[in-house]
Design a protein around this ligand. Structure first.
Ligand code: HEM
Ligand code: HEM
Length: 209
């Protein structure tokens, strides 16, 4: 099949396309609720963790798929453009793993329920009766044990608290970096589509290839 432009009309596989857009939608929701939550209705954040863990799982599937399937050949472009596109894609994959992982580490950095550390952290107030975090209100999220255990004893609580703060800073900065990568990524796609007049978006399933 030869497209109007003379080059082969190629797109990513359907699996890659579905994963790309499912993950993109969830990431936009997480960036919106993480970065701009104060302007959103109350409760918008409710599925941030569920969505974030889903992003992690889908990204692992996507990376396995990518490593075991050949993507379509690049559009005709200069070596510099190709390097930039590759670099941004690679950094997007890093962010798609690092944001969920730092989030997961952050929620793990609390004293384990019922521990002496939890009682110490509550400072005499009745310890919270919160159960495990439920993903999509159904699946309990296991906490990362070595991080969770730091606060098991009262001595570990300040250290764990500091780790929590550091993870929160990294997670928040990561969100801004991811947004910047996304702006570059979308700008690249639109440039190839509308300035170079290539069928760039069709490669990811938007419009006919
Ligand atoms: C959070 C949102 C998004 C993420 C994380 C993301 C991530 C990625 C990644 C990692 C690739 C590389 C695929 C590969 O491994 O070869 C890719 C490809 C692509 N993305 Fe996105 N993307 C997002 C949103 C968008 C949006 C909004 C558009 C449309 C404007 C778009 C258009 C494309 C296109 C056209 C390709 C194919 C590039 C090529 O021709 O090789 N993406 N995306
Ligand atoms: C791609 C996925 C994710 C993105 C883009 C994202 C993005 C963000 C951003 C930008 C913030 C605001 C940070 C700040 O307060 O400065 C945030 C907050 C937060 N995120 Fe995520 N996140 C993701 C996944 C996760 C996951 C998987 C978890 C937990 C398992 C999580 C837990 C949290 C929590 C608890 C907060 C509130 C922190 C606070 O107390 O301010 N996030 N997220």
């Amino acid at each position: 099949m030869t497209g109007e432009g003379g080059y082969r009309a190629v797109r990513y596989s359907n699996v890659a396309i579905v994963l790309h857009w499912a993950i993109a939608a969830l990431i936009l929701y997480n960036l919106a609720t993480g970065l701009f939550g104060e302007w959103l209705p109350r409760g918008a954040f409710a599925f941030h963790i569920s969505s974030g863990i889903t992003i992690l799982v889908l990204t692992v599937v996507r990376i396995v798929w990518r490593l075991t399937h050949r993507p379509p050949p690049f559009l005709p472009m200069t070596g510099g453009e190709r390097a930039l596109a590759h670099g941004v894609h690679a950094l997007l994959y890093v962010a798609m793993l690092a944001l969920p992982l730092t989030g997961w580490a952050m929620v793990s950095a609390n004293p384990p329920a019922g521990s002496a550390g939890a009682a110490f952290a509550a400072q005499g107030k009745p310890a919270s009766k919160r159960g495990p975090i439920l993903i999509w209100n159904a699946i309990p999220l296991p906490l990362i044990a070595p991080i969770n255990d730091i606060g098991r004893t009262p001595e570990g609580v300040p250290e764990q608290h500091e780790l929590h703060e550091r993870l929160e800073t990294i997670h928040g900065l990561g969100g801004w970096l991811m947004l910047a990568l996304l702006v570059l990524h979308v700008a690249g796609a639109l440039k190839h589509q509308f300035i170079d007049r290539q069928r760039a978006l069709a490669r990811m399933g938007l419009g006919r290839a």
